[in-house]
Design a binder for this molecule. Structure first.
Ligand code: SF4
Ligand code: SF4
Length: 256
């Protein structure tokens, strides 16, 4: 089977994103970074052995040969506006909502296009596909992004991409064989590189990172739920977001 080049996929995704971003009137920082990895890569099985609730791509689409992950970078304005205070900025919450809609639409259109080229393909919903009791999900765009080589994890559990960690992520599974992205050869997070930082951890208003796997992620979830309910009428949408641990950081907008 012929291989599809990463440039072709990048062009397809960014072309569709540009149309939607223009329509939104928001200055999302395009072009979006895009990465791909074969479903035969051993890291997919390793990921499942560490997080058994995350499905192998072939459990979702049995014919899948490649996973494509892309990052829609939030605007510099959204990041700037979310630095001060404990309350999330309206711009951040708005971009979270609009960004999710764009990713859902573009993911669907990319999958459709790949199907037109003759390959079984599906897009995975950008969010809200998790179990609210255990806070586990059958897919993690961040982990998929890591396997695909889109970036490395920060101390804040976010993926630091070439456009920073202030991004929203989307995934497409396809039967097409897409050229693979080389994985980063070193950590992007300063702290993980041995350079003192930890700003993201200190910025969390509910100290969620002090015991993330214990009560921390539940404290974060309660805060996001409370924010979503509080801003529902203002934003006409369920913005369960906060982003204080993604704004005002050396890795918010770029690789530090
Ligand atoms: S703020 Fe510093 S410690 Fe946190 S993820 Fe970014 S580089 Fe790493
Ligand atoms: S999203 Fe907000 S509450 Fe959750 S970990 Fe980040 S800063 Fe803390």
């Amino acid at each position: 089977m012929a291989k599809i080049s990463l440039d072709e996929v990048r062009e397809l995704i960014n072309g569709l994103l540009e149309e939607e971003v223009l329509r939104s009137g928001i200055r999302f920082r395009l072009p979006a970074p895009v990465a791909s990895r074969n479903t035969g890569d051993v890291l997919w099985s390793r990921l499942k052995s560490v997080h058994p609730w995350i499905k192998h791509p072939r459990e979702i689409l049995p014919a899948a040969r490649s996973v494509i992950v892309f990052a829609l970078p939030l605007s510099a304005e959204a990041v700037e506006s979310n630095v001060e205070g404990e309350e999330p900025s309206i711009q951040w919450l708005k971009e979270y909502l609009v960004g999710n809609k764009i990713i859902e639409k573009v993911g669907r259109r990319v999958a459709e296009e790949l199907r037109n080229w003759g390959f079984k393909s599906i897009a995975i919903m950008p969010t809200h596909n998790f179990d609210v009791r255990s806070l586990t999900a059958s897919w993690s765009h961040r982990h998929a992004g890591y396997v695909c080589g889109l970036g490395t994890f920060g101390l804040n559990n976010m993926l630091i991409t070439p456009k920073g960690c202030a991004v929203r992520l989307g995934t497409i599974l396809t039967e097409a064989v897409v050229e693979e992205t080389p994985r980063p050869i070193s950590e992007y997070c300063l702290e993980k590189k041995g350079i003192s930082c930890g700003i993201c951890v200190r910025r969390c208003p509910v100290s969620a990172f002090s015991a993330w796997e214990g009560s921390g992620k539940f404290r974060c979830f309660s805060r996001l739920t409370e924010i979503a309910i509080r801003y529902y009428k203002v934003l006409h949408g369920y913005a369960d977001a906060c982003g204080k641990c993604c704004a005002g950081l050396p890795c918010s907008l770029r690789i530090p």
